[in-house]
Write a protein that binds this ligand. Structure first.
Ligand code: GRG
Length: 296
C-alpha cells in the first residue's frame, strides 16, 4: 500500500471515530432522531471533504485534533445535503451509500429533521472549541462555512440544479451551478483546513484557493462520468436516477471523451498550481489524482 493510501485510510478511520463522538448518543432523547442522524453519517462515504481538510491543514502545520473537528463540520454539512437531496421533493432516491436512504429507513419528517439537526451541529462543532490561533480567524471560518453552505453556495447551487431539470444549459451555466452546488463546500474544506494552522503567505493561500476551485469542479465532472458509465453498464437507468438523468451534465454537454479530457486537463492545472509548494502539497496532489482516477 502506498504512503498516500495508508494516510487516507488512517484519516478515514480517525474521522469515523471523531464523527461518532460528536454525534448525539442514540440512547439520548429524542432517540429516534439521534439514531437517524447516526445512520445518515456513520459507516459509509469516502470522506473526501475531511481528507481535503486534513491535507490542507497539515500543509499549514495545524494539529490533528483541530483538523478532525473541522473535518466533522464539513462532513456533517455534506451528510445533511445528501439526506435532503434524496427526499421525494428533490431527487427521490431510495439508496445512498448502499443502504436505504434516511426517509426510506425512517420517514420523511425524520429525514427533514436529520438534515436540519446535522446542519446546526456542524456549526456547533466549529464554534465550541478553539480551532484557530485567534478568535477572529475562527469567526471567519464560521462565516466561510455558512457562505459555502447557504444560498450563495451549496443550497443556491441545488436551487439552480432543480430549476435546470429538462433545460438545456450552456457550459458556463453548468459550471456556475456546480461551482455552487458541489464546489463551494469542497473549496471551503481546503480553506478551513489551511486556516487552522500557521498563517500561510498570501501567494500560497491563493494557490490553495485556485486548487480548491479546480478540485470542486473536477469532482463534479468525474461524478457525471461515473454516472454515465454506471448507466451504460446497467443498460438503462438505475432505480431513483430518473430525475438525475433529465438534468444537464458535463457528459451530455461535451460527450464522454471530451469530459474525460476536461478532467485530465483540470488535474494537470491543479498539479501545476501546487507545484511551487513542493512536497508539502503532495497529499493535496494525490487527493486530486484520487478524485479523478476513481472514475477511469
Ligand atoms: C439539499 C441543500 C441541499 C443540497 C444538496 C451536494 C448536493 C446539494 C447534493 C448531493 C447530490 C449529488 C449526488 C451531487 C453530486 C456530487 C456529489 C456531492 C456526490 C456525493 O458526494 P461523495 O461522492 O459522496 O463525496 P460520499 O458518499 O462518498 O460522501
Amino acid at each position: 500500500m502506498s504512503n498516500f493510501q495508508t494516510w487516507m485510510q488512517s484519516v478515514q478511520h480517525q474521522m469515523e471515530t471523531a464523527l461518532a463522538d460528536v454525534l448525539p448518543d442514540a440512547a439520548l432523547a429524542p432517540a429516534r432522531l439521534h439514531a437517524a442522524m447516526r445512520y445518515a453519517v456513520l459507516g459509509g462515504g469516502k470522506r473526501v471533504r475531511p481528507l481535503l481538510v486534513h491535507a490542507a491543514g497539515e500543509l499549514a502545520g495545524a494539529s490533528r485534533q483541530r483538523l478532525d473537528r473541522i473535518g466533522c463540520a464539513v462532513e456533517l454539512i455534506h451528510a445533511y445535503s445528501l439526506v435532503h437531496d434524496d427526499l421525494p421533493c428533490m431527487d427521490d432516491d431510495v439508496l445512498r451509500r448502499g443502504k436505504p436512504t434516511v426517509h426510506v429507513e425512517y420517514d420523511e419528517a425524520t429525514a427533514l429533521l436529520v438534515g436540519d439537526a446535522l446542519q446546526t451541529l456542524a456549526f456547533q462543532v466549529l464554534a465550541d472549541t478553539p480551532l484557530a490561533d485567534s478568535p477572529g480567524t475562527q469567526l471567519g471560518m464560521l462565516t466561510l462555512l455558512a457562505q459555502a453552505s447557504g444560498s450563495r453556495g451549496m443550497a443556491g447551487g441545488q436551487a439552480i440544479d432543480l430549476a435546470a431539470v429538462g433545460q438545456q444549459l450552456s457550459r458556463e451555466e453548468l459550471e456556475f451551478m456546480h461551482i455552487h452546488k458541489t464546489g463551494a463546500l469542497i473549496r471551503a474544506s481546503v480553506l478551513l483546513g489551511a486556516q487552522a494552522g500557521e498563517p500561510l503567505p498570501a501567494g500560497e493561500l491563493e494557490r490553495l484557493d485556485h486548487y480548491a476551485k479546480l478540485v470542486g469542479l473536477l469532482f463534479q465532472v468525474v461524478d457525471d462520468i461515473l454516472d454515465t458509465e454506471a448507466d451504460t453498464a446497467t443498460l438503462g437507468k438505475t432505480a431513483g436516477k430518473d430525475a438525475d438523468n433529465d438534468k444537464p451534465t458535463y457528459v451530455s454537454l461535451l460527450g464522454l471523451g471530451e469530459a474525460k479530457q476536461l478532467a485530465e486537463d483540470m488535474l494537470a492545472e491543479a498539479r501545476e498550481t501546487l507545484a511551487p509548494m513542493g512536497d508539502r502539497s503532495a497529499r493535496l496532489e494525490a487527493l486530486a489524482d484520487y478524485i479523478v482516477h476513481r472514475a477511469f
